[in-house]
Design a protein around this ligand. Structure first.
Ligand SMILES: [Zn+2]
Length: 313
C-alpha cells in the first residue's frame, strides 16, 4: 500500500485516535494502570472522546496514557502523520521538513521527532533487545565515526568531534548499534557480548581488538582492509553488510541532521537501526513499519520524561 497523505488518519484527530486504538488495543481497551481489559467508554458532552473508565481500578484513561504521545497538545493526526513520515523516509527527515509538512513550530517538530525516536528505540515490543545471530549465522562487527562539524552546520551545538559507533549486523538479518565513549577492547566487547549470540560466526576487519574478542565466538574471520582485502581467506568473510549499514547512517547524518549533539546521538542511531530492522527485505512495508513504531510507543512514557529533562538541561 502506498503512502497516501489524504488518508483521514493524517487529517482528523478522531480517526487518528481510532487508528491508534486499533493498533495498541487489538482486543479492546487495556487499562494502563492495572492492565484490566474491562473498561467502559465515557460518552457524552462532559467527556473528551476516547476516554475510558476502568471497571476494575476505576481510573480513567485514553490510548495515549503511558505512551510517548501522552500529555501532548498536538492533534493525534499530526502524531500519526509524523510517525508515518519518519517510518517511510529511508534517509531520515529533518525537523525543518516536519515543521513545514505539519504546520507546527520548529521546536514542536524537534520534540515530536525525539518522542517518535524514543518509540523506535530498542524494546521488547519491537524485538529490539534480543541478541542477534546464533548457530550457523554470521554477525559482522565494525565501528565508524559519525558527526563532527559538517559543512553548513547549524550554529546550535554540532557534535564537536566525531563520535564512535559500534555496529553489529547479522548477514541477511537485524542490526544493533551503540554509541560508545571510545573504541577499546572493553567498550567493543561490551556491545558484542550483550547484543550478539556467541554461537555466531563473527566477521570483522583485522583490527587487533577483534583478535581476542573473536575467540569468544564460535568462529571468527577477519578481512585485512589495510592490504586492500575485502573478502576473507575462505572467500565468504566480509564486513560489507556492516559497511552498507554505516553508509546509510552517515548519509542520513550528513544530509539531514546537521546539529546532532552528543547527548542525542544514540537516538538518531536507534532511528536508523529501527528502519534497518524493519526493512522491505525482512518483510516490512511502510505501514507495518509505522505500526511497529506505534507499538513501541507504549510503555515508554517514563524513559521519555528522562529524555525531556536531559534535553532541557
Ligand atoms: Zn485499571
Amino acid at each position: 500500500m502506498a503512502f497516501d497523505i489524504t488518508n483521514p488518519i493524517y487529517n482528523d484527530a478522531d480517526k487518528a485516535r481510532i487508528h491508534l486504538e486499533q493498533q495498541l488495543w487489538p482486543e479492546g481497551p487495556v487499562c494502563p494502570h492495572c492492565a484490566s481489559q474491562h473498561a467502559t467508554a465515557l460518552e457524552g458532552k462532559a467527556h473528551r472522546k476516547g476516554l475510558y473508565q476502568c471497571n476494575s481500578c476505576r481510573e480513567q484513561f485514553s490510548v495515549m496514557v503511558g505512551t510517548v504521545f501522552e500529555r501532548s497538545k498536538i492533534g493525534l493526526h499530526k502524531w500519526v502523520l509524523a510517525t508515518h513520515l519518519m517510518a517511510a523516509s529511508k534517509k531520515g527527515m529533518s525537523a525543518k521538513q516536519i515543521e513545514r509538512m505539519l504546520g507546527v513550530t520548529y521546536k514542536t517538530a524537534w520534540f515530536m521527532m525525539h518522542r517518535i525516536r524514543e518509540a523506535m528505540s530498542p524494546s521488547d515490543n519491537n524485538e529490539g533487545t534480543d541478541p542477534i545471530g546464533g548457530a550457523g549465522k554470521v554477525v559482522e562487527a565494525d565501528e565508524t565515526f559519525v558527526g563532527g562539524k559538517a559543512k553548513n552546520a547549524h550554529k546550535s551545538k554540532p557534535i564537536p568531534t566525531k563520535q564512535p559507533v559500534v555496529a553489529l549486523v547479522e548477514r541477511g538479518g537485524k542490526a544493533r548499534a551503540k554509541h560508545v565513549a571510545d573504541v577499546t577492547a572493553k567498550t567493543v566487547r561490551e556491545v558484542l557480548v550483550t547484543h550478539a549470540s556467541r554461537k555466531s560466526e563473527l566477521n570483522t576487519d583485522d583490527a587487533l581488538i577483534y583478535y581476542w574478542l573473536g575467540k569468544e565466538f564460535a568462529k571468527h574471520q577477519s578481512v585485512n582492509h589495510s592490504a586492500g582485502e575485502y573478502v576473507g581467506k575462505d572467500g565468504a568473510a566480509t564486513t560489507n553488510t556492516a559497511e552498507s549499514f554505516f553508509a546509510l547512517i552517515k548519509r542520513g547524518m550528513m544530509g539531514t541532521f546537521h546539529s546532532v549533539s552528543e547527548a542525542h546521538l544514540q537516538r538518531y542511531v536507534d532511528e536508523f537501526v529501527f528502519r534497518w530492522n524493519h526493512r522491505i527485505a525482512l518483510g516490512c512495508d511502510d505501514h507495518t513499519r509505522a505500526n511497529a513504531i506505534v507499538k513501541g510507543a507504549a510503555g515508554k512514557r517514563l524513559t521519555y520524561r528522562r529524555t525531556n529533562e536531559a534535553a532541557n538541561a
